[in-house]
Write a protein that binds this ligand. Structure first.
Ligand code: PLP
Length: 434
């Protein structure tokens, strides 16, 4: 690779040694602002961290202490590359809540579903292969696909998720260009960042297009059990055993254990285990037993209900505040679960350029372009309702609305909103965001 292609600095003495793969890894242009955003006076509607304040910590601590006392030499030892059998059996019951029938043998445990994404991309994708994704899509997945030098192509979506017609057109267009499509990556429940949920019929239509076109479906479902209005819609995997399904305990229990899983057809599962062994030897054994212990000794479904009540109050506070505060011409999604609302500002506004003014006004959000691999999303922002309490959410949305109103005034006076004070990042997702 020649120097002029590299974005790195000459001050790095290894600049000529990095793999081409590292070119797909992007530094966040807004990371500096996020460290500011953590200041207490700022309401952060940016982070997507699960709010685990209501976990029964004493009970969990006692249970883990007893587990170490009685089984320490086993739970702190290396384990199976596929993951521990006891947990895989429990995961079968977790997935049954979303209509999935599965066998523990077809499950591979991963270090969070993020590692599931990595392993799936690793076993399927060569540089230049195309991954299809919703528009917008999860920043961490886009980062993984780009780090394997895939081309991410966003499929147009509407209020019900991926448009089946647009999906077929996109596949046909890419194939006519000689491109190799490896899979469709989709988040059918409470998409991060859009909050959109695909209804059941839409799921079936998307599966049927992919089946007839020979495109694999990768379903990522970390938020499925956090349905705030109705029972969860059955997973896509429940309708088709060829769908590769990614699950996680990060949102239904706690992300720090880093335990997720991939459910895949048998042959794919074999490749996943080989990839897992070369990546980590085995997924974190202590964490797996800790989760298995939690599922055995706690009312984990009751705990999910507690989480849901807490998130529902926050979601409702955000939707009400948006309705009361946002200037005309702004629209937003109304998520039935998960953590996120996706806001679309009037034409001409630029959420990336606006962010420093937001932080000045003591509110932080994630600008839309982070969720696209191709620079779209200038008018969009992701607001998360999972963390601040309802009154802080209200304050945050009021501040956000004030900033938008001021931008609109400037635009109406001068024809453009403020000139950007942040240098524009290269298109693509920024790292370190959930
Ligand atoms: C859609 C989606 N997929 C995957 C992940 C990764 O989750 P984890 O690796 O903690 O399971 C996240 C985290 O926010 C997410 O939003």
């Amino acid at each position: 690779m020649t120097d002029q292609h590299r974005h790195d600095t000459r001050l790095d003495r290894f600049v000529d040694s990095y793999s081409q793969r590292t070119e797909g890894m992007r530094v966040s242009a807004v990371r500096a602002l996020f460290s500011v955003a953590n200041r207490p006076e700022i309401v952060s509607l940016a982070g997507g961290m699960p709010n685990i304040k209501d976990l029964p910590l004493h009970h969990i601590a006692d249970s883990l202490a007893a587990m170490i006392e009685t089984n320490g030499t086993k739970v702190m030892q290396y384990g199976s590359g596929q993951g521990e059998g006891v947990l895989r059996e429990q995961i079968v019951h977790v997935m049954a809540l979303e209509g999935i029938t599965a066998h523990p043998d077809d499950i591979t445990i991963t270090a969070g579903s993020q590692q599931g994404l990595d392993l799936v991309t690793r076993i399927f994708c060569d540089p230049g292969d195309v991954v299809l994704a919703e528009s917008p899509s999860y920043v961490g997945a886009l980062g993984t696909f780009l780090s394997y030098q895939c081309e991410v192509v966003h499929v147009p979506t509407d209020e019900h998720g991926i448009s089946p017609t647009a999906l077929r057109e996109t596949i046909d267009r890419l194939r006519a260009q000689g491109k190799r499509i490896k899979f469709l990556y989709t988040i059918p429940n409470y998409n991060n960042p859009s909050g959109v949920t695909q209804p059941w019929d839409r799921r079936l239509d998307v599966i049927s297009v992919c089946e007839s076109e020979g495109v694999l479906v990768v379903e990522d479902n970390p938020y499925g059990l956090l349905s705030l209005d109705a029972d969860p819609i059955p997973a896509m995997r429940s309708a088709d055993e060829n769908v590769i399904y990614l699950g996680s305990f990060s949102k239904t229990f706690a992300p720090g254990f880093r335990v997720g899983w991939v459910l895949a057809p048998h042959a794919v599962r074999e490749k996943l285990v080989l990839a897992q062994e070369s990546a980590t030897l085995c997924p974190p054994v202590f964490s797996q037993y800790a989760i298995a212990d939690y599922l055995t000794n706690n009312d984990w479904r009751g705990q999910i209900d507690i989480f849901k009540d807490m998130y529902r109050a926050r979601r409702d506070a955000m939707l009400l505040a948006l309705a009361e505060e946002m200037p005309e011409g702004t629209t937003w999604t109304r998520p039935a679960g998960g953590f996120f609302v996706w806001v679309t500002l009037p034409e001409g506004l630029d959420t990336q350029a606006m962010l420093p003014r937001g932080v000045d006004a003591r509110v932080a959000y994630v600008p839309g372009p982070a969720f696209y691999a191709d620079g779209q999303g200038a008018r969009n922002a992701r607001l998360s309702f999972c963390f601040p309490p309802p009154d802080r959410i209200k304050t945050g949305v009021r501040r956000f609305a004030d900033v938008v109103r001021r931008e609109l005034e400037v635009m109406n006076t001068f024809g453009v909103s403020h000139s950007p004070t942040l240098s524009r990042p290269a298109p693509g997702p920024s790292a370190n965001l959930t």
